[in-house]
Design a protein around this ligand. Structure first.
Ligand SMILES: C[S@@+](CC[C@H](N)C(=O)[O-])C[C@H]1O[C@@H](n2cnc3c(N)ncnc32)[C@H](O)[C@@H]1O
Length: 425
């Protein structure tokens, strides 16, 4: 949960937005915390002066560096590792991907400018600058509220179960599909039949199509970014093969054995599709040893000389005790906790289509960890921890017992494959 500290000359401007609806409830549920620091409290003169005329002349006033930097430093004193952000029209555009990134921060300090802006030297005390759009507002307070609102919506629990940020416009890089509510007919306009059909699969497809068509028509820029088969993913993608905790045939939680073929095949698929790493997760020391032996054989042993390409692939493989160890390793490597993507052969609520995740990987530069289960699949506990549950892979039959190696290859190709499959006209 990110806690916000806002540095502003006008904390009163936040009262009403934070006291209504979703933000109000989020604060009541302790899912959102917003505090304020006023730079005027860090002035030394009787008039509590925070601005001055610009060097070189010109219109308006500029925010002085001393009170603003003192306010930032005071805010940071009570925080562990805050991300300090200056709201500025010159900043990087604040988009959904930025909101998703900030939702994973623990503490955020938002610095609001006023007047003609802030003294340039203040920039040395912030980590980044964000703009909410190509227009000039009178101060950073409204942009700060935009950031708080967009980030808060992504914090689990803020929207409640009924609403899901996954379906919002931009969450997968596309605009949202059209929504309808009762009555079925309003002034001669009927709700599209498919939405009252009760056929969830048909509804899902209709919405995905409507979403793509709307985006293509209204925002060709967004569409081009997300739909191109060759759009390069900005995400840093990892994969993990879990041998524990997984279910056995009777839905008991067990630890499965490591197999030579899984390690080879998934490593080679991971290398083919440009992944950053492949984790073999098993708590059993003997199986860890075996995995390392398999990897070392192809990386440095006789296998390395015999087959150079396999050496390349196996170099991606790492062995960890637990899923959490893999997460920590990725965080160490990328500076961010990965978003967990779960794959499951079971159908159920809230499954994301492959296209949504494919789009997300193109626009979101975060690390993503794709989890593969062995045995009879990943446990509910792992599913509950995930950010995204992918829809099952299905063929045109009632049989879907793919080996984890096959599933891995299909999933990676659907998400990252660059051959475009031309539809017949
Ligand atoms: C009047 S603006 C300063 C504009 C500045 N003279 C310029 O042209 O870049 C005052 C403050 O409002 C905030 N602000 C204005 N427009 C913004 C935007 N589009 N995004 C983020 N912050 C903005 C910033 O904190 C800025 O320092």
């Amino acid at each position: 949960m990110p806690g916000f500290t806002v540095i502003t000359l006008f904390p009163g401007m936040f009262d009403s937005p934070l006291a209504h609806s979703i933000l109000k409830r989020a604060r009541e549920k302790k899912l959102l915390d917003v505090r304020f620091v006023d730079p005027r409290d860090f002035t030394g003169d009787k008039h509590r002066t925070v601005d001055d005329t610009p060097y070189g002349g010109g219109q308006g006033m500029v925010m002085k560096p001393e009170p603003l930097v003192a306010a930032i430093e005071s805010a940071k004193k009570n925080l562990k590792q805050p991300r300090v952000i200056l709201l500025s029209p010159r900043g990087k555009l604040f988009e959904q991907a930025e909101a998703a990134r900030l939702a994973r921060e623990e503490e955020i300090v938002l610095v609001c400018g006023r007047y003609e802006g802030v003294d340039e030297r203040v920039k040395a005390f912030v980590d980044e600058e964000l703009s909410v759009g190509d227009y000039t507002l009178s101060g950073g307070e409204l942009p700060a509220l935009v950031v708080i609102d967009a980030v808060a919506r992504l914090v689990p629990g803020v929207l409640g179960n009924a609403q899901s940020p996954e379906e919002d416009s931009f969450s997968d890089g596309l605009l949202e599909f059209p929504q309808y509510t009762r009555p079925e007919e309003f002034r001669g306009m009927r709700v599209p039949e498919v939405l009252i059909s009760g056929d969830h699969e048909k509804i899902r497809r209709w919405r995905a199509e409507a979403s793509a068509n709307l985006t293509r028509e209204r925002r060709p820029d967004l569409f081009a970014k997300t739909q191109s088969a060759t759009a390069k993913p900005r995400a840093k993608i990892y994969i993990a093969l879990l041998h524990h905790p997984v279910y056995d045939k009777n839905r008991e939680i067990v630890t499965t054995a490591v197999t030579n073929m899984d390690i080879h095949d998934i490593a080679r698929a991971a290398r083919t599709y440009g992944l950053k790493g492949f984790y073999v997760v098993t708590p059993v020391k003997a199986l860890q040893k075996l995995s390392l032996k398999i990897i070392a054989h192809w990386e440095t042993g006789y296998g390395a000389e015999y087959n150079e390409t396999r050496k390349d692939a196996l170099a991606l493989a790492r062995v960890t005790d637990t899923l959490d160890d893999a997460i920590i390793d990725i965080e160490r490597e990328t500076g961010e906790k990965p978003r967990l993507v779960v794959t499951s052969a079971r159908k159920g609520e809230g499954r994301s289509p492959f296209t949504s995740l494919k789009n997300m990987l193109v626009i979101d530069p975060s690390p993503f960890l794709i989890l593969l289960g062995t045995g009879w699949g990943l446990t509910e506990e792992v599913l509950a921890r995930s950010d995204i549950i992918l829809e099952p892979i299905e063929g045109d039959s009632d049989y879907n017992h793919l080996s984890v190696r096959s599933a891995a290859a299909i999933i990676l190709d659907r998400l990252l494959g660059t051959n475009s499959i031309k539809e017949k006209p």
